[in-house]
Design a protein. Structure first.
Length: 339
């Protein structure tokens, strides 16, 4: 049995401002990533190859906040973070604050496989990229007119969304391959108007990315500082492995840790961050063959979203199909009611 789940980032686009054409582009981009990752698994490929493929496709799509189309720092540059983790051997690789690497997820994997380190940052990461024969690109490759507009609006103090004050987001994937191995991958451009050098949770193993065979794989998106403080991704896995919590219980508990009483007032729509979380997490528990694609940029009123693949809860295709239809219906109804 093999499975893959992806996410396109936390955040929300007000329904009134989302054209049918733009929504279709979002869905097409997600479908391309899902198809690409799933094709790897269908051919007997590894979960590592599957998540890297899915994330790479999203990095190349300017709609998503990773790679081409990344959010910009306050000086107008793109600084990119990415991580990948192998649940079988507990290996991990990550890069942060890179400005010239076309696909940071590929460099993160190279760090894992070709170096004795886990995390490389900035110029050191790019020097390693050159040593590994990566072709670097000019920083303007990552900038798009939309991201520049978001930066300028943020610097003028304007809100780009009814729900979130800035452009946030991350892309990620988790997969289970035919050999029973889990993997997770995450990539992001971070927050619009961030201070140069700021690093969020995505490249921090245990905060925004984590995988362990027999337990779960996690890719997170949201306000990275809160995930780092809560060590969110590891917290989920540890709660499942050591305390016997269900995946839903572990994520709900982690959500409370991430959005504790001291930070709720600092987050836009903080009180709604885990509204309807049961539907979203159950969707990921039951992921088989074709998981429901949940894109926060279109559908979910939330800054925080965990994508999980749990290899103890696979179900047959028929059950999954019926279950996913129910969840999709629930999500669509909920979307119309809140956006």
């Amino acid at each position: 049995m093999h499975a893959i789940a992806i996410h396109g980032g936390a955040g929300a686009v007000p329904r009134a401002s989302l054209s049918a054409e733009r929504e279709q582009r979002f869905r097409a981009g997600l479908a391309a990533a899902l198809d690409g990752g799933y094709a790897v698994l269908e051919k007997g490929g590894t979960s590592l190859d599957a998540v890297a493929t899915a994330v790479r496709i999203l990095e190349d799509d300017p709609l998503f906040n990773a790679g081409h189309g990344a959010a910009l720092t306050r000086d107008g540059a793109a600084e990119l973070d990415a991580a990948i983790m192998d649940g079988q051997q507990m290996r991990a690789g990550a890069v942060a604050s890179v400005r010239h690497v076309k696909n940071p997820i590929d460099l993160a994997r190279r760090v894992m496989e070709k170096s004795r380190h886990v995390l490389l940052v900035g110029a050191g990461a790019e020097e390693f990229a050159l040593e590994e024969q990566f072709a670097l690109v000019p920083n303007h490759y990552f900038r798009t007119a939309e991201r520049l507009q978001q930066l300028q609006s943020e610097q003028r103090g304007e809100r780009m969304s009814e729900l979130l004050p800035t452009s946030r987001g991350t892309v990620g994937a988790v997969a289970l391959d035919g050999a029973g191995n889990l993997a997770a991958a995450t990539s992001t451009g971070g927050m619009t108007n961030k201070r140069p050098g700021r690093v969020g949770d995505s490249p921090i193993i245990g905060a925004g990315t984590y995988a362990k065979n027999g337990v779960c794989a996690v890719s997170a998106t949201g306000h990275g500082e809160y995930f780092i403080r809560a060590v969110a991704a590891h917290h989920v896995c540890a709660a499942v492995q050591y305390r016997g919590l269900s995946l839903q219980q572990a994520v709900r508990e982690t959500g409370l840790a991430v959005t504790g009483p001291n930070c709720l007032g600092n987050l836009s729509a903080g009180e709604n961050m885990f509204t309807n979380i049961d539907d979203r997490i159950v969707t990921m528990e039951a992921v088989v063959k074709r998981p429901v694609v949940v894109n926060d940029a279109i559908a979910i009123r939330s800054m925080v979203y965990l994508t999980l693949s749990y290899d103890h809860r696979v179900v047959d295709g028929a059950v999954a199909h019926q279950f996913m239809g129910k969840v999709k219906h629930t999500l669509e109804n909920w979307t119309e009611s809140v956006l």
